[in-house]
Design a protein around this ligand. Structure first.
Ligand SMILES: [Zn+2]
Length: 90
């Protein structure tokens, strides 16, 4: 079996359990443990864009959001955001 990983489009956290959005079902309803964005709720119901949420999260000091999921060793939000910018600059 192939082990696919899914990255958060807000903070680039790379270990989401599900794809944030699928073409058929919309948002996954998963909450990103890093930035706290809930796909299909924060965006669809609350109308917050990834960029808006990211800015807000940056202002809050890029806090680890989840209390149930532990922060992985070596999680570096700044590094993650740098890689995210690179991906977007294609
Ligand atoms: Zn995230």
């Amino acid at each position: 079996m192939k082990n696919t990983s899914h990255s958060c489009p807000v903070c680039a956290y790379a270990n989401l359990k599900e794809a944030p959005r699928s073409s058929s079902d919309g948002g996954s309803l998963e909450i990103c443990p890093a930035c706290g964005f809930q796909f299909g709720v924060s965006d669809d119901d609350d109308g917050i864009s990834y960029d808006e949420w990211r800015e807000d999260w940056l202002e809050r000091g890029m806090e680890w959001s989840s209390t149930g999921i532990k922060k992985p060793k070596g999680w570096d939000p700044k590094k993650a955001l740098t890689s995210l910018k690179k991906m977007k600059l294609k």
